[in-house]
Design a protein around this ligand. Structure first.
Ligand code: SF4
Ligand code: SF4
Length: 315
């Protein structure tokens, strides 16, 4: 039902986040993303609609969920739970019926005011740490009316706002949200056009255009780059991003390199999705430091974070 954007679909509200902008923040994760990064660490954020996760280790075979489903979308056999995801409308009756908590609906519809009330709980922490609200995803510009209302409510309450975008945005959505954002975070992942299309699923040009728009909005900008083995982890890629930042993005205050995390395979499994990077090795600390040195040629304040493989394990 179209309610003019008063409600949005989110998949998480993360309190006490210290990675999504300055200070202590609450990050609201919007559901739905136009990209298809092969390494995506938040696969539950890709689809815009609600989805079921089934936890095989929790399932006790009670079958209450099957009886509860009005659409006959569930089947439990020897190979586990088969979910007809086309048929399922995310009503949540199976989740309510399961005595073991083995089925969860990912995604909830929420009004901007309800989201604001959750965000406002930590107002004292924001004030003391220089933090605030970050709207992330998924991709927040896909639900612009909801995000605009949430940001307006925060600003009225004196809570600083940040927009965290993948850069593949409709121009009018970005133009609507930037004046409501006290800062922006944007992902720059790959500068090779063919690889961008192959590994991220969309063309690079619109991302570059959004990056230029954001960096001329007169607000501080942080860039983030996931360092993914075999995808984004070459000196050439990082040097190309550094060159782009240097020539096109005068407002970048900080650039974070985020190392590949291989712990999200189980999320893919629970969502009935395949993860192409299952089993891929972590990056070493030494390699992250080398890439950070390449990134410093941009003149930015460069940081790196995330899990790394120990040098010993590499031998
Ligand atoms: S932009 Fe982020 S949420 Fe979207 S597919 Fe890529 S990694 Fe996943
Ligand atoms: S969420 Fe609703 S439609 Fe989907 S499987 Fe559960 S009960 Fe059936």
């Amino acid at each position: 039902m179209d309610d003019g954007g008063r409600t949005g679909t989110i998949f998480n509200i993360q309190r006490f986040s210290i990675e999504d902008g300055p200070g202590i923040r609450t990050t609201v994760f919007m559901k739905g993303c136009p990209l298809r990064c092969v390494w995506c660490h938040n696969p539950e954020g890709i689809e815009g609609r609600k989805q079921l996760m089934w936890f095989d280790v929790r399932c006790i075979g009670a079958r209450d969920c099957l009886k509860a489903c009005p659409l006959g979308a569930l089947e439990l056999g020897k190979g586990g739970m088969r979910i007809d995801r086309e048929r399922c409308d995310g009503c949540g009756l199976c989740q309510e019926a399961c005595p073991a908590g083995a089925i969860e609906v990912v995604g909830r519809r929420i009004t901007a005011r309800e989201a604001f009330e959750e965000v406002a709980r930590d107002e004292a922490f924001y004030r003391n740490s220089g933090g605030g609200l970050t709207v992330s995803g998924g991709e927040p510009t896909m639900q612009p009316a909801f995000v605009a209302e949430l940001m307006e409510l925060c600003r009225e309450a004196g809570i600083p706002t940040a927009l965290d975008t993948c850069g593949y945005c409709a121009d009018d959505s970005l133009e609507r949200l930037l004046p409501l954002s006290d800062m922006a975070l944007i992902d720059l992942k790959l500068m090779d056009e063919a690889k961008h299309l192959e590994l991220i699923g969309v063309e690079l040009a619109p991302v570059k255009r959004s990056a230029a728009t954001i960096s001329h909005a007169g607000i501080p900008v942080w860039v983030r780059t996931p360092i993914i083995p075999g995808c984004t982890d070459t000196d050439g890629n990082i040097a190309a991003i550094a060159g782009f930042i240097k020539s096109e993005m005068p407002n970048v205050e900080r650039w974070d390199l985020l190392s590949f995390n291989n712990t999200c395979g189980s999320k893919y499994q629970r969502l009935g999705m395949t993860w192409e990077l299952d089993g891929a090795a972590l990056i070493t600390k030494a390699r992250m430091e080398e890439l950070a040195d390449v990134a410093r040629s941009s003149g930015c304040d460069v940081h790196w974070a995330g899990v790394t493989k120990s040098e010993k394990a590499q031998e």
